[in-house]
Design a protein around this ligand. Structure first.
Ligand code: CUK
Ligand code: CUA
Ligand code: CA
Length: 640
């Protein structure tokens, strides 16, 4: 296989241009600039900070002494490993992977009946999907800050949203969005737009990226394809409503007052091929008026699509030209924007340009004015549109008025001051809005700062998700680790603190203070309706060919020393771990039967399988638990 990507090829000279990129330039750039090790200063608008490797600056250190705990949690999406990852920061140590969309051999995700019920099965009991692609993860809010209840994550491949409980750090619900392909951006609301008592997350918004025939009959002309923006109930995880829209949603942002959500639209052209998707000079940041949409649903002004019962309101441009009744507002932003982020001062949404070297600042009060008929031209809600560098993608904030935007093509993060950018945009050319630039290694996508999109943004650390690590780590074959870099943003200048190799391929992540979550370390037996609370309840219970094996574990023994079933039995094995000490987890593996799962302290899990091969099978504990861990076994005897 020959790659078009030559990692050592210097950048085309075109990279230095600070102009809007045209279609032809982009086609070249997208293949020719994958790694920018040879990028020289002529490509950089301002002087880039020299990378520092001393690991300390302004008191910030990534090095924790042995036994010292991190001060922040990081929640990382896993990309197409389909999991969520928990990191400690600033050390960057990976603490946990939480399987969501894809089976996981460590915990038995996709093996146990409980996890299969969450993941979804076909009629024959097998998993409906075994692949996933998670990009965005965002946690629930209260009073404008994270409240440690949930974090949600998307699966772009099968349009599923998973919820992770932040007490047990497990996925507890997955919902598939009807009539959506390429579910991409995700963001919970931060409070209710109408009821002031609801100052916490009750909705999660999901952007649908790919336009498809609705219903998806496969026969419609591509120009008629449409996408849907969906609202999922944070508690029930049911889809409350959807909005039919023009364009393809990428990310989602929500306002702190709960009134507005927005998605950046890169394909307002509604093109089916990439050239068509880049035809127009401008696309849109599409705003949703949440209260009006819900009023329309309540008033019955919706349709349904295909077999889905979810109400769908019309949010297309054509149907929403009158501000007094509009459910949506399409604010024009430059070419193929990527990312939309809410500033912690609660005032603005910022769209990055991607194919335009600009960042666009949209004032939310003005968008609301437009909906109220008080702003004549919607586009005057744009209060700044300033050049940042090449390939701006995502933006994070320090709570001191500065934004940090990744420049994919420049392999930089640019720090810029939002109010100065607004002044510059208003004609004050002396306003220096670019504060600093720093080279990152290489091709950054997402960026996030500690507490960034909360009212408690603290401006300490910035993590940058670099898509390519090229020469930063020992080579391990053709596939490289990605490079998550940590930058100290506590001072005027950004200082690179550390490189962290990370298994492919996270997109988005959030970073928040460790005291915002209260993890539980032992389950409660009562959480499991099928828990075996007393070892005396153990045994083999037969109903015809259906056999239930009930067992408990207490280090270093299972309650049954052996159990016998017959060939052809459909066996359901239920295991409750009666150990009560945190981390005293046991595994349960059955050779040749494709069974392995764990039970954490006071947890119950079950598996169902067909006993189709007679023999003796040593079921053993796979999770090291005790000095007699190896001895922790039981025999399954399958009689002929
Ligand atoms: S998209 Cu991946 S780098 Cu899914 Cu958030 Cu921008
Ligand atoms: Cu129980 Cu190892
Ligand atoms: Ca476009």
């Amino acid at each position: 296989m020959k790659s078009e990507i030559q990692l050592s090829t210097p950048n085309p000279a075109g990279l230095a241009r600070r102009k809007f990129l045209n279609t032809a330039a982009l086609a070249g750039l997208s293949l020719g600039t994958v790694a920018c090790a040879d990028k020289k200063s002529e490509n950089v608008a301002g002087p880039a900070s020299a990378p520092s490797t001393d690991g300390a600056h302004g008191g910030a250190s990534v090095h924790l002494k042995p036994g010292e705990l991190d001060t922040y949690y990081g929640i990382w999406s896993g990309g197409h490993t389909g999991d969520m990852r928990i990191l400690g920061l600033p050390s960057g140590r990976e603490l946990l992977r939480i399987p969501c969309f894809v089976p996981d051999a460590l915990v038995g995700w996709g093996i146990t009946n409980e996890s299969k019920a969450i993941m979804g099965t076909k009629a024959d009991g097998s998993l409906r999907y075994t692949v996933g692609d998670s990009h965005h993860t965002h946690a629930s809010y209260k009073d404008g800050n994270y409240d440690g209840r949930y974090s949600w994550i998307n699966d772009k491949i099968n349009s599923r949203i998973a919820r992770v409980r932040l007490d047990y750090f497990i996925c507890d619900k997955i919902t598939q969005l009807p009539n959506v392909q390429g579910f991409h951006g995700i963001f919970p609301d931060k409070r209710d737009p109408v009821d002031p008592a609801i100052n916490y997350t009750t909705r999660v918004f999901c952007g649908g990226e790919f336009a498809i025939p609705l219903p998806n009959t496969g026969s419609e002309d591509a120009s008629k394809y449409r996408s849907l923006f969906s609202c999922v109930d944070a508690e029930t995880m049911e889809v409350r409503w959807q909005v039919l829209i023009d364009g393809n949603c990428d990310l989602v942002a929500t306002s702190f007052d709960g009134k507005l959500a927005a998605t950046n639209q890169y394909n307002t052209e509604m093109g089916a091929h990439y050239e068509d998707m880049m035809a127009a000079e401008r696309d849109a940041c599409l705003f949703y008026n949440v209260a009006r949409i819900e009023a329309a649903v309540k008033a019955g002004k919706f349709k349904t699509i295909g077999k889905s019962k979810v109400p769908v309101v019309d949010g297309t441009r054509e149907a929403n030209s009158d501000p007094k009744t509009a459910l949506t507002a399409y604010v024009s932003v430059p070419k193929n924007p990527h990312g939309v982020n809410a500033t912690p001062d609660q005032k603005y949404f910022i769209c990055a340009g991607k194919l335009s070297p600009t960042g666009t600042v949209i004032e939310l009060a003005k968008v609301l004015d437009w909906f109220d008929g008080k702003l004549e031209k919607l586009d005057s809600a744009i209060v700044a549109e300033v050049e940042l560098g090449l390939g701006p993608l995502h933006t994070a904030f320090d709570g001191r008025g500065n934004a940090y935007t990744t420049l994919f093509l420049d392999s930089q993060v640019v720090k810029w001051n939002i109010e100065a950018a607004i002044k510059f945009h208003n004609g004050d050319k002396s306003a220096k809005y670019v504060v600093d630039r720093i080279d990152v290694q290489y091709q950054p996508g997402h960026v996030n700062a500690s507490q960034s999109e909360t009212i408690a943004a603290d401006g300490k650390y910035l993590a940058v998700g670099c898509k390519f690590s090229k020469d930063r780590f020992l080579p391990v074959g053709p596939l490289h680790a990605e490079n998550e870099q940590l930058i100290d943003i506590s001072g005027e200048k950004m200082v690179l603190l550390a490189d962290h190799p990370v298994r492919g391929e996270p997109h988005d992540f959030i970073i928040f203070k460790r005291d915002l979550v209260k993890p539980k370390q032992v389950y409660s037996l009562d959480d499991f309706p099928n828990a075996i609370k007393d070892p005396k309840e153990s045994g083999v219970f037969r109903q015809g060919k259906k056999v239930t094996v009930k067992m408990t574990s207490q280090a270093p023994a299972f309650s049954l020393r052996e159990f016998t079933v017959k060939k052809g039995d459909q066996v359901t094995l239920i295991l409750t771990n009666l150990d009560k000490i945190e981390d005293l987890t046991h595994g349960f593996a059955i050779p040749n039967y494709n069974v392995n799962f764990i039970v954490n302290p006071q947890e119950t899990a079950s598996v169902t399988f067909l006993a189709d091969e007679p023999g003796v099978y040593w079921c053993y504990c796979t999770h090291f638990c005790h000095a007699l861990h190896l001895e922790m076994r039981t025999r399954m005897i399958v009689e002929a």
